[in-house]
Design a binder for this molecule. Structure first.
Ligand code: ZN
Length: 261
């Protein structure tokens, strides 16, 4: 069965700005889904902010293995109920790939529990994205670096929790550096943040960037989702301990060991 992937986009810039529309006529989401379609093991579809429940009703999320997120201008218009739903699915094992200005999305800030702030400048600078995690599956086939002739600058400090892995680090023409490819874990979910993708540059048409996106979807796919209710903290009674035990001392709980949460 292919990896069921939904590419979500707020889809605002492309409808409001001619320059952005000329690069992404059907939206960034359509371009990314097309890129992912080059891998026969990925089945990519799209969803946008404007659709009912932003295109992410529970039934669809339940059948999604990996969610890709692009947002910038309309983070505040994303419903908290949908964000909570996405977060719960990540905890259960759905992969999440957050792109570029998605660093300030509700879902990324919530799942990292951090400000996710950074420095930025829009000057069409050259960016070199260096591979620093040798042998990492997300960097497969990428080689030492990706060079983008024009991109928005994102600079450190990027205020996120210490990542599980740093896959890429960017250098910018103006001198700043940025941790451009970071992995995190939350519950059974695998999360990847990937920096490039400012809407006024053709970044998602770049062959190496498209390869990273494919690699990231394959990496984020967790074929062994959580087998427990990740939202619950059930008590394990004495008689159900893996080894036989007797209680030493009283339980502070009314009714003994039952129901302590
Ligand atoms: Zn941007």
């Amino acid at each position: 069965m292919p990896i069921r992937t939904v590419v979500w986009n707020e889809f605002v810039h492309e409808r409001e700005n001619d320059a952005v529309r000329s690069i992404y006529p059907d939206g960034i989401h359509a371009t990314i889904a097309e890129a992912l379609g080059a891998d026969p093991e990925i089945a990519a579809s799209t969803a946008t902010l404007q659709e009912a429940e932003h295109g992410l009703p529970q039934a669809r999320l339940d059948e999604t293995d990996v969610l890709v997120w692009w947002g910038h201008k309309a983070h505040g218009e994303v419903s908290d109920a949908v964000v909570e739903r996405v977060q719960n699915r990540v905890h259960q094992g759905m992969g999440l790939i957050v792109l570029h200005s998605g660093h300030f999305s509700k879902i990324f800030r919530r799942i990292t529990g951090a400000p996710c702030s950074l420095r930025w400048r829009e000057a069409g600078e050259r960016e070199r994205i260096w591979t620093v995690a040798l042998g990492h599956p997300i960097a497969r086939g990428i080689g030492p670096m990706i060079e983008l002739p024009n991109e928005e600058m994102y600079g450190e400090p990027f205020v996120v929790p210490e990542p599980a892995e740093t896959v890429f680090i960017s250098w910018f023409e103006g001198g700043e550096v940025f941790r451009s490819g970071l992995t995190f874990g939350s519950g059974a979910g695998r999360i990847f943040y990937f920096r490039p993708g400012h809407e006024t540059y053709p970044t998602y048409h770049h062959p190496q960037i498209r390869q990273v996106l494919i690699n990231a979807v394959r990496w984020a796919y967790n074929p062994a989702p959580a087998w427990v209710d990740v939202a619950a903290a059930p008590n394990v009674p004495v008689e159900r301990a893996p080894e036989p035990i007797v209680r030493k001392g009283p339980s502070l709980h009314k009714g003994g060991e039952e129901g302590y949460r």
